[in-house]
Design a binder for this molecule. Structure first.
Ligand SMILES: CC(C)(COP(=O)(O)OP(=O)(O)OC[C@H]1O[C@@H](n2cnc3c(N)ncnc32)[C@H](O)[C@@H]1OP(=O)(O)O)[C@@H](O)C(=O)NCCC(=O)NCCS
Length: 190
């Protein structure tokens, strides 16, 4: 069994390389990346898997988001990726289950993601919990899914999903101050 451990700062380059391999270099144009830009991953929920040679073969991260009109705190799960040579052996499922278990232990109640419903259904993700939510950009809605760790956690959530607390929030940063909020225009259009 391949051990799953906390991500280390020194894993960053290997993770980017694995994500490029699994998703292609155009991945950062996806709408979910708008929810990750400038935001630190949720503490304790960035995990990796290493093979017997200590090579990084799996990654998963989660991000804080705020859901809808009441800015309900939640998690955005992903990306999750497994080295192509090891796919189909249960590692992706193990990474997701470990992350959800840790999220529950840390007191998180709701999780959203954009991914393949036939895969994520086995972990409890489905469309209904997020049907009244919108993402800040184009997305195939059949792939926008939610999971309630605590029953009812996503109940009634309506409106736009926004990024969670930005890295360094509270510290004035000129570039951020000048950059328009990409969610603002979409929120106005809802
Ligand atoms: C998706 C991914 C993380 C799954 O990891 P994995 O280790 O291969 O998955 P597991 O071994 O735990 O599960 C394998 C099962 O999931 C199924 N599965 C894998 N990807 C799937 C998908 N996109 N849609 C539907 N089913 C999928 C397999 O057919 C297999 O089914 P079985 O159990 O009935 O045989 C991995 O395949 C991967 O990195 N893919 C490329 C990146 C990606 O697509 N990430 C997820 C975004 S949706």
């Amino acid at each position: 069994m391949i051990p799953i451990t906390d991500e280390r700062p020194s894993d960053a380059d290997a993770i980017e390389a694995l994500l490029d391999t699994c998703f292609g270099p155009g991945r950062t144009a996806k709408t979910v990346y708008r929810l990750r830009a400038g935001v630190d991953p949720a503490p304790g929920l960035s995990l990796v898997a290493r093979d017997g040679t200590d090579a990084l073969v799996g990654t998963i991260r989660c991000w804080p988001v705020r859901l809808g009109e009441d800015a309900r705190p939640s998690l955005l799960l992903g990306p999750v990726a497994v080295d192509p040579s090891l796919q189909g052996r249960g590692l992706g499922g193990a990474l997701i289950r470990e992350t959800l278990a840790r999220a529950a232990d840390l007191g998180h109640a709701g999780v959203i993601l954009v991914g393949d419903a036939p895969y994520y259904a086995r972990f409890g993700f489905a469309r209904p919990p997020v049907e009244r939510l919108a993402l800040p950009g184009p997305v195939d809605l059949s792939r926008f899914l939610g999971h309630e760790i605590v029953p009812g956690a996503l109940s009634g959530a309506t409106g736009l999903v926004r990024p969670g607390r930005r890295a360094g929030a509270g510290v004035p940063r000129t570039a951020d101050a000048l950059r328009p909020d990409p969610c603002a225009a979409i929120a106005g259009a809802l």
